[in-house]
Design a protein around this ligand. Sequence first.
Ligand SMILES: NC(=O)c1ccc[n+]([C@@H]2O[C@H](COP(=O)([O-])OP(=O)(O)OC[C@H]3O[C@@H](n4cnc5c(N)ncnc54)[C@H](OP(=O)(O)O)[C@@H]3O)[C@@H](O)[C@H]2O)c1
Length: 267
Amino acid sequence: MFTSGAKHSARLQVYRNKHQSIKSPKRGICFATMTGPSLLDIAIKNVHTTSLGVLETCGNMAQNLGVHRLSLSRPPTALEAIPLDGKVCVVTGGNAGIGLATAEALANRGAHVVLACRSKARGMAAAQALEQRCAPMPGCGTPRVEFMEVDLASLTSVRSFCKAFNARNLPLHLLVANGGVMSPATRSQTEDGLETQFQVNFLSHWLMVHLLLAEQRERRSRQWRKSQQQQQQQKQEQLRQEAENRQIEQQQEQAQQQQQQQELRRQ
Ligand SMILES: NC(=O)c1ccc[n+]([C@@H]2O[C@H](COP(=O)([O-])OP(=O)(O)OC[C@H]3O[C@@H](n4cnc5c(N)ncnc54)[C@H](OP(=O)(O)O)[C@@H]3O)[C@@H](O)[C@H]2O)c1
């Protein structure tokens, strides 16, 4: 399940424009929620219900569900309180703003949250702060929050991040593609010669999704092949055992028959 911070944020901006009193996400508000399921509702629900391979932004899902309007933060619904214990969630740009608020919401549900950030100092500080201040919701376990380095303005860095993440053999349940820059004042290029906002907000996430998803799919198919092999071996072992049992039974029957014949002859 992959979510798009940009669409989420666009809705937040719409909300901010309408309600000037809303606090900045940096100053404590979790995230704008929509009437009906919020983007996080949908993401969390899908962590539990979809198999890997769904590549759809939350914004699209929200549209599919006909969810458009925004509402104030409200007490968590039953859906939001679904425990995410053992679920691995990567949040790009998770050290600030909406990414940080999202990471906190996931941590409060007991998830293993990976803050994928460009600055080691800011990322580690955010991970430590989140672990200290998070308050697990009822029924949710203790979260784990950690930092991993990625600079979305560098395709090499994105590849290194994916390689490092894949090497850890972790499952991936949720990727929040949040990190980004918003309309820089001047046009700039990344080290890859691409326009910065295009690469940071879109292209790097696209590459990340493909590299992470490819590994997760490969791992799943390896697991599937392994379980098929094990099933076959178990079946063969069962057949061998059954054949052995039949042979023993036959031998016992033959021995009984021989005994009966001998007794008959004696009589
Ligand atoms: N807030 C809005 O009203 C709004 C509206 C429309 C779209 N959006 C989009 O929603 C997302 C989050 O918005 P926000 O308000 O939370 O933004 P924010 O407070 O500026 O946070 C952006 C996050 O992205 C990270 N980031 C920026 N460039 C990066 C790079 N090259 N590599 C890795 N991480 C990088 C930042 O890291 P550093 O801390 O290291 O800079 C920060 O953690 C962004 O994609 C933004 O474009 C927001």
